[in-house]
Design a protein around this ligand. Sequence first.
Ligand SMILES: Cc1cc2nc3c(=O)[nH]c(=O)nc-3n(C[C@H](O)[C@H](O)[C@H](O)COP(=O)(O)OP(=O)(O)OC[C@H]3O[C@@H](n4cnc5c(N)ncnc54)[C@H](O)[C@@H]3O)c2cc1C
Length: 403
Amino acid sequence: MAVATPYTEKTDEQKAICEMVHQFADEQIIPNAEHYDHEDTFPEPIVEQMKELGLFGVMIPEEYGGMGLDLTTYAMIVEELSRGWISISGIVNTHFIGSYLLMKFGTDEQKQKYLPKMATGEIRAAFSLSEPECGSDVQAIKTAAKKTDDGDYEINGAKMWVTNGLLSTLVFTLVRTDPGAEPRFKGMTCFICEKEPGVGENTGPYTGFNVPPKIKKMGYKGVESTELVFDGYRCPAGNILGGEEAGLGQGFVQMMDALELGRVNVAARGVGIAQRALELALRYSQERKTFGKEIAQHQAIQFKLADMATQVDAARLLTHRAARLKDAGERSDIEAGMAKLFASEAGRFCVEESFRIHGGYGYSKEYEIERLYRDAPLLLIGEGTSEIQRMVIGRKLLQRHKI
Ligand SMILES: Cc1cc2nc3c(=O)[nH]c(=O)nc-3n(C[C@H](O)[C@H](O)[C@H](O)COP(=O)(O)OP(=O)(O)OC[C@H]3O[C@@H](n4cnc5c(N)ncnc54)[C@H](O)[C@@H]3O)c2cc1C
């Protein structure tokens, strides 16, 4: 169902890709999401089809086997996937952040080694900053790496909330390498930590890299979120992102750069879930009757639909603006923060309004809106909470407009 005027400035290629992913969501994701959500199991058959469609290599350059598309097109794809189910976009999103880190900061050797397999989805990537005792305050991380006599780095500590933590092969992990560094962020390094996918207790070269059972969550099911425990895990110096010489002490800056993309990414997910909530509300409100007429004919319901559609379009425009600025190489820190803040809140707002329009049925697992209601709040938290977005936007605004 075509709803909410779509942002029409799409190239022919973007239109074709979006139509393809839209259809994929309608035919493969939406009809199956309830099952995987209920079982909280990994949607393997959907992921296999995504590999065939090339969706794990959207921004990876063609020379490494990817599609070589830009962030704007990627955001459009993420919106379509999230309209289907945000867990599906979650499976690609940390992978995308990992591939961006490699493309921007990786050595030639690192790119050659990992990007071709990442482009096909043969190996998948996770991204790990958060720890049990810190999330917003990234500079407070405690996981630490020390150089050993044989030149490797030994990593010890615990990470928290790692999306794709179990089934990934690579985890881009932020680790403290110089505990005395001032300012603190200069003592942090990003390690490309390898492990066996799907294995809780790793052995052989990956000994000391353990993945406890997945965290049970209210929503965002199907894709696993895990803790990671590093207990004497040996990581070769060659797996420092960008190489030891260039990459040591650069991890925080690299990860923050990637987070800017991550924010556009989450914003696109907010647009997708908001769009789906609106579609469900438009349909239900024309089916349900009260007081002798369709509820869509009550002005109070029309006002809700109007507010939802306005939020969807505004969120989409902000998201595309941030993506386009980044694609053009322009500064986009404020814009990415605004897009993430607005679109994730729009996702929550539209889902709640749609839930209200569904009346008692919205509370039933028979209706899709029930799942959206449990999924939407994640977007307020991941890649920085709304409070943190406001802090970033406020701080950067003052920097840009210093008197
Ligand atoms: C399902 C899920 C998946 C995730 N996936 C990943 C992942 O793949 N990789 C990863 O690294 N992390 C991941 N995260 C972690 C996520 O990024 C953090 O949860 C988030 O950054 C918030 O950190 P926190 O939970 O430690 O909250 P805290 O930092 O403890 O914050 C608690 C509350 O205080 C507020 N607050 C904190 N500081 C301030 C301040 N200075 N001013 C005002 N308010 C403040 C916050 O906004 C929040 O409301 C995931 C989280 C979830 C729930």
